[in-house]
Design a protein around this ligand. Sequence first.
Ligand code: 6GU
Length: 278
Amino acid sequence: MRLDIISIFPEYFAPLDVSLIGKARERGTLDVRVHQLRDWAHDVHRTVDDTPYGGGPGMVMKPEVWGEAIDAVIGDVGGDVGGDVGGAVGGASAEDEGHVTPQTAAPRAGGLPRLIVPTPSGRPFTQELAQELAQEPWLLFACGRYEGIDSRVMEEYSGRLRVDEVSIGDYVLAGGEVAVLVMAEAIGRLLPGVLGNAQSVVDDSFAPGSMENLVEGPVYTKPPVWRGHEVPAVLLSGHHGNVARWRRDEAIRRTVRNRPELAAALDPEKLDKHDRKL
Ligand code: 6GU
């Protein structure tokens, strides 16, 4: 999977060098390219924002800069005749590693990316959406700051790309960068070969299938007794059927306690006789 990120703070994405995602990048499973939005701002201050039409607080990100940036990354000249595809004002500097080159900016045989715009007003990012996005060959994340990106940018690219505005939860972050880290990790760990054990993806909280609308129950490791606290005997029994039954019971119990709104949404058709007694 190719994953492009456009942001005014490329430094936010250093954690993508680490752990599972870092390993996936080393192996070539994941090709991450982070771009500095200001490389496509042409004035001396490399301005990316302006005051909102209609008044109000804060600033809005300018459409022209975003248009040039996205066109360059997707390898499309875009609407502006004579548009500067490279957008590399001042050229690619040493710290601009992963900056778009003429080669990557060229139209590709592989088609176009899905454009994801993180915003608290977007559709919810769920495990289901993570699984859907993990099937895509190419994702482009456009990180807004301030009050957001001029809405005409989403309108413009909706004509050419699949565009989704996505929120990671009901709270407001200072910008889309941290939300992209969250989404990149959730998506990246679903790519083939990224996790050591493919079963862990199936057993995940919220995983479509038997864990739909459920969170996982508690987990234990050695020693069997720690400070007087015992591991539930069923887990030491070696009886796989009983272990599976216990895990499902605990998942339901925890979902009822911690996520009552999810428990209410459990499909009664998918609850067996035993489940209904909980
Ligand atoms: Cl995706 N972006 C921002 N800026 N804030 C958020 C969010 C995204 N999701 C929840 N809050």
